[in-house]
Design a protein around this ligand. Structure first.
Ligand SMILES: *Cc1c(COP(=O)(O)O)cnc(C)c1O
Length: 365
């Protein structure tokens, strides 16, 4: 079976380094907020070009804690996209705010700046773009809108570790950014993990307290916090992978370009790169009217494929009543035809050719 991501092949190359680091951690018994978490945070801050990087328990928590630290709460509206993973909107609801879903650009699949502007009301307090599938959202225009309307800008970077725009990393542009280290992400742990980045000293201090029971000094608690720390063992694994992230992302980009080259003449739409940001291809997602047939043929050839995302958030059971009047035509059209193919840093040319060949067989056969 050709999987969506080949984590086994990636592990083979980092095995010695990871196993040595894990053995040292177990021998030292420094399991919570230990030296690897602190070192990883500093390495992430340096890599991402931000003042503060704070390890937390998941990407969902990263977004949740960032929203609290930015002062978003009950009655506030947060404008976001419906074409994303549910966690984007869950984080908004956790703080008592209302996710306001707006449409996407049908080419990049990212939130539309015009749609953001049209959705602004006196209750709007923040915008949360998602750099979907690893392609940066249109941050120049979104930043300008947020500045003009005095809105907080919190970036969902859960799919975009290493993606940049004009040399600036995603997450380093807005007031805060949230990353996920779920195993299948571009920078993936061997369990859950996440990171909040910000250039604000005050927000960073709040997030550090929030992740650790509202405490700065052990057993002295200033606010109600959470248990949401990045695990020390995961930090060992993430440090080994962070060193290699540019190579991993470069290999993903090359694989994506090879797919697009091989399928350029087929009746489907290969991923669009806007030429402004650097896409890191968390997913390679195309549009195809004959999606069901293609998926079936891939499955028969033991090739994984997936639909990210079959149901946009405004049509999910949990939101469909409050979103009854919401119509997002681009989102709905893309959700009906999108298909993601296997992609990872270990995908070789031969495998890409095989996968593209199966798709060609369906569409040109
Ligand atoms: C993965 C993901 C999240 C949540 O991250 P977890 O670490 O699984 O909590 C949030 N938003 C997007 C867009 C994601 O892809």
């Amino acid at each position: 079976m050709i999987p969506m991501v080949n984590l086994k092949a990636q592990y083979a190359e980092i095995k010695d380094e990871v196993e040595q680091g894990l053995a040292e951690t177990i021998a030292n018994c420094s399991f919570i907020l230990g030296p690897n978490v602190h070192a990883f945070e500093q390495e992430c801050a340096d890599y991402l070009g931000v003042k503060h990087a704070i390890g937390v328990a998941s990407g969902t928590d990263a977004l949740h804690l960032a929203l609290i630290a930015e002062g978003i709460g009950p009655g506030d509206e947060v404008i976001t996209t419906a074409f994303t993973f549910i966690a984007t909107a869950e984080a908004i609801r956790y703080v008592g705010a209302k996710p306001v879903f707006v449409d996407i650009d049908p080419k990049t699949f990212n939130i539309s700046p015009e749609a953001i502007e049209q959705a602004i009301t006196p209750n709007t307090k923040a915008v949360m773009p998602v750099h979907l599938f690893g392609q940066p959202a249109d941050m120049a225009r979104i930043t300008a809108i947020c500045a003009q309307h005095n809105l907080k800008l919190i970036e969902d970077c859960c799919q975009s570790f290493g993606a940049s725009i004009g040399g600036r990393q995603t997450g380093a542009i807005g007031d805060a950014g949230g990353y996920s280290f779920f195993p299948s992400k571009n920078l993936g742990a061997y369990g859950d993990g996440g990171l909040v980045v910000t250039n604000s000293d005050a927000a960073a201090e709040t997030i550090k307290m929030l992740r650790n029971h509202g405490s700065k000094v052990r057993y002295y608690h200033d606010i109600i916090g959470y248990n949401s720390r990045l695990d020390e063992m995961q930090a060992v694994i993430l440090r080994a992978k962070l060193k290699r992230i540019d190579r991993y992302n470069g290999a993903r980009r090359r694989a994506a370009h090879r797919y697009s080259e091989l399928m350029a003449d087929l009746p489907l739409t290969t991923p669009f790169e806007d030429g402004i940001g650097e896409h890191v291809y968390h997913q390679y997602t195309l549009l195809c009217d004959r999606r069901d047939e293609v998926m079936k043929a891939l499955q028969e050839n033991r090739i994984a494929s997936a639909i990210y995302y079959p149901v946009p958030l405004h049509r999910q059971n949990v939101f469909k009543d409050e979103c009854a009047g919401v119509s997002l035509p681009n989102t709905e059209r893309v959700a009906a035809t999108c298909l993601s193919l296997p992609i990872c840093s270990e995908l070789d040319d031969q495998t890409i050719e095989k996968i593209a060949g199966v798709i060609r067989g369906v569409l040109k056969g």
